[in-house]
Write a protein that binds this ligand. Structure first.
Ligand SMILES: [Zn+2]
Length: 463
């Protein structure tokens, strides 16, 4: 029953949203939810139950005057509900019996959980015997239910179920939680106007898998914040914001929490990449490069060229793009863990080389910047990368170019080292292999970094 693990976070979103309602409705500001003098009773619920849904689906899809059938229809676009559900109030909040609230533990009037209250609860839990079912009191239930106001989704109509990305922000500070959602909903054109909390597709980028999508959404968010001069406002709160990622649909979800530290670093990382892209753009007279949106330069040059097995980027069918970006999603996942998976990155590069595709541009810019912002061992990376690059320059144009495959196929540190010794002998150079020695435990990573450096020197567009 993992579902309750993010119940607190969802509950906080609901509380934060209700704060904005009561701030709008009452002259008396609801200062803290804990000291609230707003009573969540039948009257309050009846008056306000449409508001979180309107926030979720957008005012053009649902209005206060619409009846409960329309409300249910709107919710169904986001959350799996049983086909029997055709009303809200009478199938949950107003269908109570005596019992214990799962959330606050109070013995009071409670109702059984339904799909739209806490949508991430596994179906399997809802077929458990009645006395084990989740039950909520009206107050807790309504707060949890209101969490949907700040719930976001990115998917595609053709997408196989279970692969869509859902996410929401979290913070212990309600003002900051409201602020991040307010910023996210500002005139940034991130959401799909016809579908509100669904995220639109972004020009120049394609993604299917959840981490890839989250990566792009955050990038576009930061980019647009910067261009509208909202980035300063954002930076005031970003260290206190968590991100909750969910993969799945219809009550079969898995989740991951991106903590405030990583979220904040991502913001800085993207901000720097955007600045760097604009700089490179300004200083370049390369025609094809000039066609790219300056802020996108590094991210699109790198990220878009991590897809394998797909023809031209634009012609990719859904299924092919899904398969071709599977490894990229694994790589992106490592980024969200505060790590950089060189091994998977190297697999991608080798595969693209095999398919005669371009290597990703701005490799070193992207990697160095990430390592700098996330406090990784950038120095070792740069040493090994430089060595790989220097070897690659010597290999380029000779019959030793294919030696990258010999190195790639080595298994074990010893084999790896003897392949390097062999290569040195063939190239008649003497390299200082100590930076790899120091890395004995992570030799696979060293190998990946070294190979990436070589590939860039031989086939790529720079170190
Ligand atoms: Zn309760």
């Amino acid at each position: 029953m993992w579902g309750d693990k993010i119940l607190d976070e969802y509950y906080r979103n609901g509380e934060a949203f209700l704060l904005t309602i009561s701030a709008n409705n009452n002259s008396k500001l609801w200062v803290s939810p804990l000291e609230s003098d707003v009573k969540i009773d039948d009257n309050f619920i009846r008056q306000n139950f449409k508001k979180p849904i309107i926030n979720l689906v957008g005012g053009s899809n649902l209005g206060e005057e619409d009846d409960e059938k329309d409300v249910v229809k709107a919710i169904k676009k986001y959350f799996g509900l049983s086909s029997r559900t055709n009303k809200i109030l009478d199938s949950s909040f107003f269908k109570t019996k005596n019992g214990v609230c799962f959330y606050c533990g109070e013995e009071t009037k409670v109702f059984n959980h339904v799909g739209y209250i806490f949508p991430f609860f596994r179906k399997i839990d809802s077929i458990t015997p009645d006395n084990n079912k989740l039950t909520f009191c009206k107050e807790c239930g309504f707060k949890i239910y209101s969490g949907m106001a700040y719930f976001y989704q990115k998917g595609h109509p053709k997408q196989k179920k279970g692969r869509a990305l859902s996410f929401f922000f979290d913070s212990h500070d309600y003002n900051k939680l409201n602020k991040i959602n307010e910023l996210f909903g500002r005139d940034l054109d991130i959401r799909d106007p016809s579908n509100f909390n669904k995220i639109r597709n972004f020009d120049g980028f394609k993604s299917i898998h959840p981490f890839d999508s989250m990566f792009l959404i955050l990038f576009e968010f930061i980019k647009r914040l910067k261009s509208k001069n909202y980035f300063g406002e954002f930076r005031e709160i970003s260290p206190n914001i968590k991100l909750i990622l969910l993969e799945g649909s219809k009550q079969f979800y898995s989740y991951r929490v991106i903590d405030g530290d990583i979220f904040n670093k991502f913001a800085l990382f993207f901000s720097d990449l955007i600045d760097l892209g604009e700089q490179i753009h300004k200083n370049s007279d390369n025609e094809s490069l000039k066609k790219i949106i300056p802020a996108n330069l590094v991210v699109s040059g790198f990220f878009n060229n991590l897809i394998i097995g797909v023809g031209k980027f634009s012609e990719s069918s859904w299924e092919r793009l899904s398969e071709g970006s599977r490894k990229r999603n694994e790589f992106t996942k490592s980024l969200f863990e505060g790590e950089l998976d060189f091994i998977i990155l190297n697999e991608i590069l080798m595969e693209r080389k095999k398919q005669n595709k371009k290597l990703p541009f701005h490799y070193k810019t992207f990697v160095s910047k990430y390592m700098e912002v996330f406090n990784l061992d950038k120095e070792s990376f740069e040493k090994i990368n430089k060595m790989g690059y220097a070897l690659g320059i010597k290999m380029k144009g000779t019959n030793l170019e294919n030696f990258v495959w010999d190195i790639f196929r080595t298994r074990g540190l010893e084999q790896f080292f003897s392949s390097l010794v062999e290569l040195q002998a063939k190239l008649k150079v003497n390299m200082d292999l100590r930076s790899i020695n120091q890395h004995e435990k992570g030799w696979r990573e060293s190998k990946a970094i070294l190979l990436n450096g070589m590939l860039n020197a031989i086939y790529g567009g720079g170190s």
